[in-house]
Design a protein around this ligand. Structure first.
Ligand code: GDP
Length: 310
């Protein structure tokens, strides 16, 4: 079964890794959010893309949920000593990724080509695509005014109250080369348990998967989503806080409603099974918490069986 997974960072990377354990490498394409990307210390940093790649390569730091395992911190410590910005933590190995990516971008190479080369170097056999090669930047509208995404997320620890989002550059951004083709040839599209507002919405916008999919062909294609909200809370990150601040009660139901007509089926956690009869479409209630590598594979198997049953 050929699957296209739409992913942000942490939640997306975990399910992508689960799917990678089950599917043949040529059957999995992961299209990753680049709205969180930003320029910092003169470098282009792509947090979601790197989290997905590091996770698939077995190089991710599972404790932090970002960055590399066995990291050292000499460069950022030195920058800090010299009075430079230290709010965005970057390890020494991670710096290498951003330095080399920025060098290549400045040479005129596309982000998708660079990602392809990095995946090869890291031994990743699946296809990982940035959603677009054009810069798209998520801006969070808050009670303190507009903030660039990482300014809100990391520097301000998601403290300002959210009023809305916009994705700078999304109107002119074309899907990265290969993304449309991957969607066309996929048997199903899986929306990973990522933040709907800031990880998935930018991808859906770039791929024109909202409000209606690209073509009638895609309409017939199963599109399923897995809830990142379990028992009204996120496993990590601000998605539940964002729903609440936008006046929506955070729940799996709110996530399903967020994607509305796009979905053929929806996966929610077994803890939220009592919500199942509130959904109109096909529902799978299962254990969606991915603490271990085995959990990821188990959820991937459940998701693939569910798709098969649609
Ligand atoms: P970010 O860009 O790093 O914030 O990454 P994502 O948007 O992909 O991930 C954040 C979302 O993943 C949060 O809303 C979490 O609740 C969700 N998440 C993380 N781990 C899990 C998990 O094990 N199971 C489920 N269902 N959701 C998860």
């Amino acid at each position: 079964m050929k699957i296209v997974a739409l992913a942000g960072g942490v939640g997306g990377a975990k399910l992508a890794h689960g799917l990678a354990q089950i599917l043949s490498p040529e059957d999995l394409t992961v299209i990753v959010n680049t709205g969180d990307d930003f320029e910092h210390l003169g470098l282009t940093i792509c947090p979601d893309l790197d989290t997905v790649c590091y996770t698939l390569a077995g190089l991710a730091n599972s404790e932090t949920g970002w960055g590399r395992v066995n990291e050292t911190w000499n460069t950022i410590s030195n920058i800090e000593k010299l009075g430079g910005p230290n709010w965005f933590r970057l390890g020494d190995q991670d710096f290498g990724t951003h330095i080399e990516r920025t060098r290549r971008l400045k040479e005129g190479q596309s982000l998708s080509q660079i990602t392809k080369d990095f995946c090869k170097a890291w031994g990743i056999k699946q296809t990982v695509l940035p959603m677009t090669d054009s810069p798209v930047r998520t801006i969070v509208d808050t009670d303190e005014g507009e903030l660039a995404f990482q300014e809100y997320f990391v520097h301000r620890h998601c403290e300002p109250r959210v009023k809305g989002f916009r994705f700078d550059g999304v109107e002119v951004a074309e899907p990265a080369s290969g993304a449309r083709e991957a969607i066309e040839s996929a048997d199903a599209i899986v929306i990973c348990p990522s933040n709907p507002w800031v990880s998935i919405d930018p991808i859906l916008r770039v791929l024109s998967l909202t409000p209606a999919p690209l073509s009638h062909e895609e309409r017939r294609k199963p599109i399923i989503a897995i809830s990142p909200i379990i028992g009204g809370k996120t496993v990590k990150g601000p998605a539940a806080k964002m729903y609440a601040e936008l006046g929506i009660e955070p729940s799996a139901l709110a996530v399903a409603e967020h994607y509305r007509d796009l979905l053929t089926g929806f996966v929610l956690d077994i803890k939220d099974e009592q919500l199942s009869d509130k959904f109109r479409g096909k529902i799978l209630a299962t254990d969606t918490l991915m603490n271990s590598s085995a959990d990821r594979a188990r959820l991937a198997v459940d998701v693939l069986h569910f798709i098969g049953s649609l």
